[in-house]
Design a protein around this ligand. Structure first.
Ligand code: COA
Ligand code: AMP
Length: 637
């Protein structure tokens, strides 16, 4: 069948389509009910309601049973430490089954939450799979987040245990995870029963950090593993949550995206062949982090469900040691697919514009280069295509969807790609462009990107502890549709062009951040009367936040000092990954007469784009001041 036929089949008869996909998984109990309405569910429907399975079983034990025990499941490659390991399916299963034993011995049972705050080391994946083995729910927090952000997530997920490591290793500094965790726990209202800490002693001496464990509360990973019992997988219902993953919304409070088990397993398995054209034995290199959805889906679960070998890379695209790092990985592990954010390739291009380093490596096993996380700009697309000679596929998805919404489905039919487009809706997704009143609009016209309900399996089922927010955020704006928060258009060949967010979410180096959250932090400074934060275009990171601030009258601080303190405050409260490096004091902000800050206008001025001064503006002079202030500021990556 062609892509078009398969897509149509999936939309016209979703139950038949997904029954076929689900039947390929080794469920403990095959579902007989595929899609059913259920008013108890926040979305109003559910997938595979009577199915039972275990994700850790499907990702590990199943492959051992199929004779793949000696095949590599996970390659760990860490240029920041010099360490490289390969875990076979047998070995990974052994670690996971025993670590599940450690968790069980410390009281973790089905439905309990476990927060994981770890660097990109195999133990992070082992922890995720071990939590899943017990039918518990993990919530991985990206290591670049500061203690306050971790505390917010601990309070929301209320974990029984937190799993962490002594420290993380960035190219130019060490990240003290354990002290950050201690701070987070003391800030949080909810207190976990215990922590499990992996001490990174197996790294070069200058990269070691000794971390003190508190007796009776902190458990040493390595010691606990010595006496651990292997644990068998626990069967869970398809609709039971596998994980909560926090993502930025428009307010200061992150959204805890809830992922079910059966729908996710089915969708990921399907995507591995249909989108990435990968099968058992193939190697996938996803250059992301387990703290992001891309890491959950295509470093850990997707490749392991498919019986592939996954590459877990603790390094950067550049400077660890150079811009040839990705090509080296592709050669060394014979990767058939690489998946990274466009910003990573922009960084490579900046350092090695002629791609001279690529000549040192044999990337003949590489079939396709996938990119997502932000818009793939045509210049980067052309550069990667030309230098590698490989097909480059931009595909669009979100933490909420858990797997791609639009792509060129290379395992179904290699559809031609168009620069600037993330190609075609993936089977299962009925993507539409709606105007602000919810009516579909014509081809090539920009509007709100929405997906007709029901969403396919694998997408979020609710927001943890807040079904009302789930409905308000995604389902109320356009009844019958999921509102994606992205704007764009569909051309006359059905290709989807995602042009950017329609809300206050920004994308910095492929990391999703909320300007609303940054505004809350900036506004908390005692010298700040009012502020706004917008995402301005950046040639390397896609976007960079900039803050415009009005000082309170009579405060005893210079504008320079305040600007420095605000930069430090956002780094302290949200984390280095926010890349908040520019705060500018001004005497007024452009507002409408009703008092709404014209953020869109500020963004256009910052980007040097043409703008029209709205007739509703309260104080047109404010624009001149903002334009002058922004012109004086050099935005540097
Ligand atoms: N733990 C702790 N700190 C982290 C971190 C982590 N896992 N990841 C990033 N940081 C820190 C960095 O050290 C940096 O700190 P600094 O301000 O002290 O330099 C800060 O957060 C900003 O990091 P980043 O935006 O990544 O900038 P960079 O200059 O270190 O690297 C790129 C630039 C383009 C190479 C890098 O952003 C990159 O590889 N991006 C790809 C992102 C990606 O894969 N996203 C996945 C979504 S699909
Ligand atoms: P995240 O939830 O962190 O994966 O971020 C999702 C957001 O990143 C989307 O809503 C988009 O704004 C953006 N995004 C992801 N992939 C793409 C893409 N291929 N093209 C354009 N924007 C993208």
């Amino acid at each position: 069948m062609t892509y078009q036929q398969i897509h149509k089949y999936s939309i016209d008869t979703p139950e038949q389509f997904w029954r076929g996909q689900a039947s390929k998984l080794a469920w403990y109990k095959q579902p007989t009910t595929i899609l059913r309405n259920n008013s108890q569910q926040p979305s109003g429907y559910e997938w595979f309601a009577d199915g039972e399975l275990n994700m850790s079983y499907l990702a590990l034990d199943y492959h051992v049973e199929q004779g793949r025990g000696e095949q590599v499941a996970l390659y760990y490659d860490s240029p920041v430490t010099g360490n490289k390991y390969a875990y076979s399916y047998n070995q990974l299963l052994e670690h996971v089954a025993r670590f599940a034993g450690v968790l069980q011995a410390n009281g973790v049972t089905k439905g309990d939450r476990v927060v994981i705050y770890m660097p990109m080391i195999p133990e992070a994946a082992i922890a995720m799979l071990a939590v899943a083995r017990l039918g518990a729910i993990h919530s991985v927090v990206f290591g670049g987040f500061a203690a306050q952000e971790l505390a917010v997530r601990i309070d929301d997920a209320e974990p029984k245990l937190v799993i962490s490591a002594s420290h993380g290793i960035e190219p130019h500094r060490l990240i003290p995870y354990k002290p950050l965790l201690d701070q987070a726990i003391s800030k949080a209202k909810h207190k976990p029963n215990a922590t499990i800490i992996y001490q990174r002693i197996n790294v070069p001496e200058e990269k070691q950090v000794s971390c003190e464990l508190h007796k009776g509360f902190d458990i040493d990973w390595q010691t606990a593993m010595k006496s651990a019992e292997r644990v068998m997988p626990v069967a869970v219902a398809s609709t039971d949550p596998l994980y909560i993953l926090y993502t930025s919304g428009t307010t200061g409070k992150p959204k805890g995206v809830v992922r079910d088990t059966g729908g996710y397993a089915t969708a990921l398995s399907y995507s591995m062949k249909a989108i990435y054209n990968l099968e058992a034995g193939d190697v996938m290199f996803t250059a992301s982090d387990v703290g992001w959805v891309v890491g959950h889906s295509y470093i850990v679960y997707g490749p392991l469900l498919a019986g592939c070998s996954t590459v877990m890379y603790e390094g950067k695209p550049v400077f660890t040691p150079d811009a040839g790092a990705f090509w080296r990985i592709c050669e060394e592990y014979k990767a058939k697919a690489i998946f990274a954010a466009p910003t990573a390739f922009r960084a490579i291009r900046k350092e090695d514009g002629n791609a001279d380093l690529l000549q040192n490596y044999d990337i003949s096993h590489l079939e396709t280069i996938f990119m997502a996380g932000e818009r793939l700009d045509p210049a980067t697309f052309e550069w990667v295509c030309n230098k590698t000679g490989k097909p480059v596929i931009d595909h669009w998805w979100q933490t909420e969807s858990g797997w791609p919404i639009c792509a060129s489905p290379t395992g179904i039919e290699k559809m031609p790609v168009k620069a600037g487009s993330s190609s075609l809706p993936v089977p299962g997704y009925n993507v539409m462009v709606l105007d602000d009143s919810g009516d579909p609009i014509a081809a090539n016209e920009q509007g709100n990107i929405a997906i007709q309900l029901p969403l396919p399996p694998g997408c979020l089922t609710t927001i943890w502890g807040d079904a009302e927010r789930f409905q308000k955020s995604y389902l109320e704006q356009f009844p019958g549709y999921y509102a994606s928060g992205d704007g764009g258009y569909i051309d006359s060949d059905d290709y989807v062009f995602i042009m950017g967010r329609t809300d206050d979410v920004i994308n910095v180096a492929g990391h999703r951040l909320s300007t609303g959250e940054m505004e809350e932090v900036v506004a908390s400074h005692p010298a700040v009367a009012e502020c706004c934060v917008v995402g301005a275009s950046d040639s390397l990171k896609g976007q960079q936040p900039i803050g415009l601030v009005i000082m309170k009258n009579g405060v005893d601080i210079s504008p320079d000092e305040l600007e420095k303190e605000l930069v430090a405050l956002v780094r302290e409260e949200i984390g280095a990954l926010a890349c908040f490096k520019v705060a500018i004091t001004v005497s007024r902000l452009p507002k409408t007469r009703s008092g709404k800050i014209l953020r869109n206008l500020v963004r256009k001025i910052a980007d040097g784009k043409e703008y029209v001064v709205p007739s509703t503006i309260d104080d047109p002079e404010s624009i001149i001041e903002i334009a002058n202030a922004l012109a004086k500021t050099k935005l540097v990556s």
